[in-house]
Ligand binder design. Sequence first.
Ligand SMILES: NC(=O)c1ccc[n+]([C@@H]2O[C@H](COP(=O)([O-])OP(=O)(O)OC[C@H]3O[C@@H](n4cnc5c(N)ncnc54)[C@H](O)[C@@H]3O)[C@@H](O)[C@H]2O)c1
Ligand SMILES: O=C(O)[C@H](O)[C@H](O)COP(=O)(O)O
Length: 376
Amino acid sequence: MQIYCEDSLLYAREFFADWGQLHFFSGRTVTPSQLKDADILLVRSTTRVDAEMLSHCPNLKYVGTATAGTNHLDIQALKSRGIAYGSAAGCNAIAVAEYVVSALFALAQTQGWQLLDKQVGIVGAGHVGSQLHNKLSALGIRTLLCDPPLAAQGDKRTIVDMDAIMACDIISLHVPLVEQGPYSTRGLFGPQRLAQLSDNQVLINACRGEVVDNQALLALYRQGRKFTTVLDVWENEPDILTDLLPYVALASAHIAGHTLEGKARGTWMLYQQVGELLSLPVELPLEAVLPDPELAAMTIDEVEQAQLAKLVFGVYDIRQDDQLFKTQVSQPGQFEYIRKHYAIRREFAALQVSAGNSVLKKAICGLGFASKAANS
Ligand SMILES: NC(=O)c1ccc[n+]([C@@H]2O[C@H](COP(=O)([O-])OP(=O)(O)OC[C@H]3O[C@@H](n4cnc5c(N)ncnc54)[C@H](O)[C@@H]3O)[C@@H](O)[C@H]2O)c1
Ligand SMILES: O=C(O)[C@H](O)[C@H](O)COP(=O)(O)O
């Protein structure tokens, strides 16, 4: 079996090498003819799989993306060719939620907030939005969820509309890129909605760049508007609007989901899908490939913002990504370079925390850290 795999799939060799001949390719530069022998095609978000590409691959039985987003796959073309396809929904939801948590603690320090005074509006209450809601709720931070498609499907949680979201102190976007229809998200934050933001509001985009109109954002900043933005994703990646950089409080190279666990889980989910599709033995558990974390255990004795910030930054400090991005990304090729050479980042669960009492332990575990037994 010929398995063609984008070179950014972590642990592809460990999971797939026993099942066939593995061939690696580079996502942005791959040409359809390179994939002509593929039985199985495994990608991440940087490989576009469209009708033209599929027309060169007569043997293709399965296309999988080790990512949550699927907007780089032409689902209609896959269906009309009868090719099975799959994604890794939820693989990196913890990673993105922890990116946002780190952003909130970083902004709280620079802007002098108490996070408990803030209300966070979460747009898109799927895997990422729900993780974020759970983590913030564990700390007692108030959240609102907006997800009209889920509301229409009868989701039992309280779902608010965009007017309620626009009144929140912090707005965090976690929707897929939807091009058309009643729930389209392209330009969800276009010139009008962006202009409604007041100078003390925060907008976070860690979903898809095209959900926020970057030119409109730049125009508002140039007019002197002062609201805060955190951008992990950008319109037209990798050729992004670098003029925006000086105005963005925290900026990064579409790495919100790039924890080791998130990437490994994505590849492992495709391993499960191919195994099931072709009745192959699925024997390798995810844990078998993950290295032990190198993080020391930490102790906390109070649910106090500065102590929590130390824990969060001990695992992931978004300010380092921001600094690297802002100093390097304007040079040619650097957006992709930063992504490809991203440092190893673990999830909060990799850090064992000793907490002083049961209330604290509940908050710490709810945020995602592992709890260290008092006597160990
Ligand atoms: N920056 C990153 O590294 C990164 C990592 C993971 C996911 N993402 C992006 O984030 C998106 C969300 O990820 P997820 O795993 O939570 O996906 P998901 O499918 O679990 O959840 C998305 C939610 O958005 C809702 N939604 C769709 N249209 C909406 C609209 N117009 N208004 C409000 N809600 C709407 C859906 O009903 C769904 O519940 C992905 O599609 C992907 O594009 C980015
Ligand atoms: O949709 C996703 O899962 C994320 O955007 C994902 O982290 C993108 O990462 P990439 O595939 O580009 O490495």
